[in-house]
Design a protein around this ligand. Structure first.
Ligand SMILES: Cc1cc2nc3c(=O)[nH]c(=O)nc-3n(C[C@H](O)[C@H](O)[C@H](O)COP(=O)(O)OP(=O)(O)OC[C@H]3O[C@@H](n4cnc5c(N)ncnc54)[C@H](O)[C@@H]3O)c2cc1C
Length: 433
């Protein structure tokens, strides 16, 4: 459906002179038919054309997520049993290629899937897609036996994996990380404290970004099985939003793995490349959340009376929803544009080298920044619309507000990403668009 035709834009206030006078009856009929179609179609199918996978994810979201907000927001024990039921759909780790036994869906398809999951619950979406950060580093830069073993086992078990990058002291200046890796014979030994890492406790393996003890400027990305002695989960963070997900502080104490578990290349560069995929999908969660907020507003406005008429027919409301639809449309387009950029490189025979050359994708950075800021604006406007109830735990919109906040923080806050866009895409004249 074209963007301009998808909202109640153009509906007139029932109190306006032309409506009171009867106006053009055909036009009125058209408007009411249009409003009926708008109000009563199934939720979650508006932004993107559904494929079979999308229908599967939509029905999972309707069955397991929508209406279960109280449980999902309760900070229940992770992982929730519903992740097993998601795996029953055949879509666990949907991006893993057929060479590992996975469905091998593209980033474009991933955007569609994550938008639907986040429509239901952003924490569930985040839990399910964040393994893509670790698997893409292994997929592009692991030697074949390593890839086959870890990605093959992940696809077979429908399991999870995690990335251990962030540290308290270093913050976003990852070059300052203090987790170390040293070589001892045919083994690597890792030591350090990692501040945040999602899914770790129930992962099959993790990818650790560490400073090479014997090389001042060297960093490695190393695959460490979860059950390696010395890998300890110290705590689960009590997060404000995404409460169905689980993010941990993790310590590595003399963790030993075979030297072949190191990925090829500089660990910081590999992390930067892995972040392309996960940043696009983090941006997409804001899209799903914003779509849900819009639909909650429409439902609310059907029942809310203002000046003796439903709020849904009010011109002020129509303007707000028209604005929201414009924001949602641009968010969707930016996520899809970034996904297309990603897919174009991923389809090349020299994809790993091309990603190394390109590094961080501009469209992935701008998608995360734009969707984080715009999603926050949409949900904030939605919460205001619910009046006092919008500021209570009774309303789902409050949960959406807490959920959407992470988009502008995780995997680089906006200050950090603005700095990256400036240094990589504004300073070099040749890269300016
Ligand atoms: C729910 C959740 C899940 C997470 N999951 C993972 C995970 O799985 N793996 C992982 O490795 N990490 C994970 N993280 C960490 C997350 O990616 C970081 O917290 C995030 O990137 C912000 O970095 P920071 O916390 O180091 O803060 P910093 O980047 O240090 O920011 C602190 C302050 O410094 C400012 N600042 C920093 N750099 C600049 C700059 N260049 N210019 C101007 N101002 C600047 C910021 O704007 C901010 O005000 C997770 C965090 C959360 C909350």
């Amino acid at each position: 459906m074209p963007a301009g035709a998808s909202g109640p834009r153009g509906l007139k206030d029932p109190q306006s002179p032309d409506v009171r006078a009867g106006g053009n009856s055909l036009l009125l009929l058209y408007r009411y038919l249009y409003l009926y179609l708008y109000l009563y179609r199934a939720p979650g199918i508006r932004v993107m054309k559904p494929s079979d996978h999308i229908r599967t994810v939509q029905s999972f979201a309707r069955r397991e997520l929508i209406g279960s907000e109280a449980v999902l927001d309760s900070f229940a024990e992770a992982p929730l049993p519903l992740y097993g039921r998601f795996a029953d759909t055949g879509l666990a780790n949907w991006w893993l290629g057929p060479e590992y036994g996975g469905p091998g869906l593209s980033m474009t398809e991933s955007v569609r899937i994550v938008s639907e999951l986040a429509y239901g619950d952003a924490g569930v979406a985040f839990t399910l897609f964040i393994p893509i950060l670790a698997t893409s580093m292994i997929g592009w830069y692991g030697e074949e036996p390593l890839r086959k073993r870890f990605l093959g086992e992940l696809a077979a078990s429908n399991g999870f994996c995690a990335t251990l990058g962030s540290e308290h002291e270093a913050g976003s200046e990852l070059a300052r990380i203090t987790t170390t890796v040293r070589r001892e014979g045919d083994q690597l030994v890792l030591n350090g404290l990692k501040a945040f890492s999602t899914d770790t406790d129930f992962s099959e393996f993790v990818v650790v970004i560490a400073r090479a003890e014997d090389d001042a400027g060297g960093y490695l990305a190393v695959v460490v099985p979860r059950d390696t002695p010395g890998l300890t989960v110290e705590k689960r963070w009590e997060v404000l939003g995404l409460r169905s997900s689980a993010t941990y502080q993790v310590r590595l104490t003399d963790c030993r793995v075979p030297a072949e578990n190191a990925l090829r290349g500089n660990g910081l560069r590999l992390l930067e490349i892995g972040l392309n995929a996960s940043r696009i999908l983090i941006a997409t969660t804001a899209l799903g959340i914003a779509r849900r907020a819009r639909d909650l507003c429409m439902d609310y406005a059907k029942g809310k009376q203002v000046k003796g008429a439903p709020l849904v027919g009010n011109a002020v409301f129509a303007a707000k929803l028209g604005q929201m639809e414009m924001q949602i449309d641009v968010m969707a387009n930016q996520c899809l544009a970034a996904a297309r950029d990603y897919d174009e490189i991923a389809a090349r025979p020299d994809a790993a080298e091309e990603f190394l050359r390109v590094g961080t994708l501009k469209s992935a950075l701008t998608a995360k920044m734009f969707c984080g800021q715009t999603g926050w604006g949409v949900v904030s406007a939605a919460s205001e619309m619910f009046g006092g109830v919008g500021y209570t735990a009774e309303s789902v919109v409050g949960k959406l507000l807490r959920d959407v906040r992470y988009v502008s923080i995780v995997e680089g806050g906006d200050d950090v990403l603005r700095d990256l866009v400036f240094s990589r895409y504004v300073v070099p004249v040749s890269k300016r668009s």
